[in-house]
Design a protein around this ligand. Sequence first.
Ligand SMILES: Nc1ncnc2c1ncn2[C@@H]1O[C@H](COP(=O)(O)OP(=O)(O)OP(=O)(O)O)[C@@H](O)[C@H]1O
Ligand SMILES: [Mg+2]
Length: 199
Amino acid sequence: MVNFEYSSGATPLDQDEIEGLKLGHITTRDELNRFEQDNINDALQWLGSRRKSDILTEKFIRKLHQKMFGKVWRWAGEFRKSGKNIGVDWHKIQTELHVLLGDVRYWIDNKTYSEDEIAARFHHGLVWIHLFPNGNGRHARLITDVLLKEVLNKESFTWNISSINFENEVRDLYLKALRQADNLDYSALLDFVRADWKQ
Ligand SMILES: Nc1ncnc2c1ncn2[C@@H]1O[C@H](COP(=O)(O)OP(=O)(O)OP(=O)(O)O)[C@@H](O)[C@H]1O
Ligand SMILES: [Mg+2]
């Protein structure tokens, strides 16, 4: 059996999900991270070369997850079918996603918030629902950048990218900002997403 350690705010995998690992030779978290990152790099290439279509759809959201993790996990692109310590009841994932997508479209059409705030609220909504068994953070950060660039005509967020993938104070600040957003205060998240505090 493979045993992984989890960084704070990351979702533990169920036994079922661990069995969904396509690459049987992986034994350490480091190796897994490397294979996932290679797969994500493929997804970035695909994103750049694909024919542009509406991204605010369930279809695109699942497809992007599949492109990011499909070489590593059998369940890539499929919604969660079990409860987690975070996220909505898994039976409600599809409904909650459709509500979020409707809200985002409404905010864009009516200019309810600034572009950055629409993107930050979209990001938080996705991770709060927690669509997939794993990869939610990376997927929701990437698709938020796609929303900024392709729909809102803005630069991607920085996400403090030089540090966020590691267990450190910056990641703690990201998680703290998300917990504040759980309580409907988006100010810390808005500060975080455009900062770049090099470690
Ligand atoms: N209190 C919270 N409210 C909203 N979202 C949260 C909260 N705590 C954690 N999250 C989100 O859940 C993500 C972890 O979920 P998951 O393990 O599925 O994603 P990941 O892509 O594998 O992780 P990582 O972000 O570490 O790369 C975090 O990155 C964060 O975006
Ligand atoms: Mg994870």
